[in-house]
Design a protein around this ligand. Structure first.
Ligand SMILES: Cc1cc2nc3c(=O)[nH]c(=O)nc-3n(C[C@H](O)[C@H](O)[C@H](O)COP(=O)(O)OP(=O)(O)OC[C@H]3O[C@@H](n4cnc5c(N)ncnc54)[C@H](O)[C@@H]3O)c2cc1C
Length: 385
C-alpha cells in the first residue's frame, strides 16, 4: 500500500511500518488461538509498551512517546488488521483510561499514574457505564461522598474494559446528589486492590474474546481526597472530551479491520476456482471487492483529516462522531461481504473472517451507539443551519 497519498510524514510512515511489522509478525500468528482460548494477549501488550505504543500520544515528559493523534491512529489501524481485541485493549487504556489524567491530572497524579501507564508498566481503564445507564451516561448512580480526608464511593459499573489487568481506574461518580442529569458528576482515580473495590468476571460476549470487559463494584470504598481528578462536579465534560478521542480510535479499529478483511477476501477470491475460473473474475465478486476498497479509502481519508484537525486544535467532536458512525457501519458491511466471498469457509474459524464478522458488531455499540452518534451529529446540524 502506498502511503504518500495520505501525506504522512517520514516519522509517521516509520511508526506505521513498525506497527505493521509487529502486527504481521507477532499478532497475526497467534490471534486465532488467543481468541479461541479467550486469552488476554499479555505478552503482546508488554511488547507494545516497550515500543512506546501504550503512550503514543502522551508527552515525553510524562513517559510517553509524544507522537500525536495521527500516529496513535496509524498504530491502532495496523493492529486491528489482525486483532480487534488487541486494538480495543489499547483504546481503553490510551484513548480513554489515560486521557483524563493527561487532560486534568495534577502534577502529582501525572507522576504517580500517567507515567507508568504511558510507559506501558500498568494498564488503565475508563469506568463510566453502569448496568442501568450506558447511552444515557449522565444518569449514573454511583456516588462519591467526602468524609474527612477521604472520598467514599458506592455503586456498580458495567462493561469496563481491561478488568483483571488494569491497575488504575478512572471512575465517574455523582458528587452533587441534588444536581440533575449530567451535572454534579466528578472523576476519580481508584487503584485496583483498594478495600471495598471489587472487580468482577469478564462478560462472555460475542466480540473481542481476548479483551476483557465486566463489572466493578464499590462498597464503601475509601480513596484519598487527592484522588479527585479535575474539577469537582465537572467530570462529565472531561469524560465526554475523552470519548471524542476514543471515537477516532474506534474508527481506526474499524478501518484496520475492514482492511484486514479486504486483504484476506481478495487473496481468497484470486485462488478459489468455481466453474473453471477464479471467482475474482466474476463481477458478483470483483464488484464487492471494489465497493469494500472504496468505502475503506473514503473512511480512512476522512479519519486522517479529523486527526489532523485534532492535532491543530480545531474543534473536532462533530467530525469524530461522524467518522466513528460511518466507519463502524462500513466495517460491518465489509465483514459481511468478506464472509460472502469466502462462502462456507467464511464461517470457519481457520479463515478468520467469522472472527472479524463477530468483532465488527461491537464497533457500532461501544463509545456511542450508531443511534447516539446520529443524535450528536444531528444536534450539530440543527444548530448550524
Ligand atoms: C465490549 C464492551 C466494552 C465496553 N467498554 C467500556 C468501558 O471500558 N468503559 C465504559 O464506561 N463503558 C464501556 N462499554 C459500554 C458502552 O459504552 C455501552 O455499551 C454503550 O454506550 C451503550 O450503552 P448500553 O449498552 O447500556 O445500551 P443502551 O444505552 O441501553 O441502549 C440500548 C439501545 O437503545 C438505543 N438508544 C438509547 N438511547 C436512545 C435514544 N435517545 N434514541 C435512540 N436510540 C437510543 C441505543 O442506541 C441502543 O441501540 C463497553 C461496552 C461493550 C459492549
Amino acid at each position: 500500500m502506498s502511503t504518500n497519498k495520505y501525506f504522512l510524514t517520514d516519522d509517521q510512515i516509520m511508526i506505521q511500518d513498525m506497527a505493521r511489522q509487529f502486527a504481521d509478525e507477532v499478532v497475526a500468528p497467534t490471534v486465532t488461538e488467543l481468541d479461541r482460548a479467550h486469552a488476554f494477549p499479555e505478552d503482546q501488550i508488554k511488547q507494545l509498551g516497550e515500543m512506546g505504543f501504550l503512550g503514543a500520544e502522551v508527552p515525553e515528559e510524562y513517559g510517553g512517546a509524544g507522537m500525536g493523534c495521527l500516529c496513535h491512529i496509524l498504530i491502532m489501524e495496523q493492529l486491528a488488521r489482525h486483532s480487534s481485541s488487541l486494538a480495543s485493549i489499547i483504546d481503553a487504556h490510551s484513548g480513554l483510561g489515560t486521557q483524563p489524567i493527561l487532560k486534568a491530572g495534577t502534577e502529582a497524579q501525572k507522576q504517580k499514574y500517567l507515567v507508568p501507564a504511558a510507559q506501558g508498566k500498568v494498564l488503565c481503564s475508563f469506568a463510566l457505564t453502569e448496568p442501568q445507564s450506558g447511552s444515557d451516561s449522565g444518569a449514573i448512580k454511583t456516588t462519591a461522598v467526602l468524609d474527612g480526608e477521604e472520598w467514599v464511593i458506592n455503586g456498580t459499573k458495567a462493561f469496563i474494559t481491561n478488568i483483571g489487568y488494569s491497575k488504575t481506574f478512572v471512575v465517574a461518580a455523582k458528587t452533587d446528589l441534588e444536581a440533575k442529569g449530567s451535572r454534579g458528576i466528578s472523576c476519580f482515580i481508584v487503584e485496583a486492590g483498594t478495600p471495598g473495590f471489587t472487580i468482577g468476571k469478564p462478560e462472555e460476549k460475542m466480540s473481542n474474546h481476548s479483551s476483557y470487559s465486566g463489572e466493578l463494584s464499590f462498597m464503601d470504598c475509601r480513596i484519598p481526597k487527592e484522588n479527585l481528578l479535575g474539577e469537582l462536579n465537572r467530570g462529565f465534560p472531561l469524560f465526554m472530551s475523552c470519548v471524542d478521542e476514543g471515537r477516532l480510535a474506534i474508527s481506526a479499529v474499524a478501518i484496520g479491520m475492514a482492511q484486514g478483511v479486504l486483504e484476506r477476501a481478495t487473496r481468497y477470491a484470486k485462488q478459489r476456482v468455481a466453474f473453471g475460473h477464479p471467482i475474482c473474475e466474476y463481477q458478483g465478486i470483483s464488484f464487492k471487492l471494489a465497493e469494500m476498497a472504496s468505502e475503506i479509502e473514503a473512511n480512512r481519508m476522512m479519519l486522517y483529516h479529523v486527526c489532523r484537525m485534532q492535532e491543530q486544535g480545531i474543534p473536532f467532536a462533530k467530525e469524530a462522531t461522524m467518522v466513528k458512525m460511518l466507519s463502524s457501519e462500513m466495517c460491518v458491511r465489509v465483514c459481511d461481504k468478506g464472509v460472502q466471498i469466502l462462502g462456507g469457509y467464511g464461517l470457519c474459524e481457520e479463515y478468520e473472517l467469522e472472527r472479524f464478522y463477530r468483532d465488527a458488531k461491537l464497533l457500532t455499540i461501544g463509545e456511542g451507539t450508531s443511534e447516539i452518534c446520529r443524535m450528536v451529529v444531528s444536534n450539530h446540524v440543527l444548530k448550524e443551519y
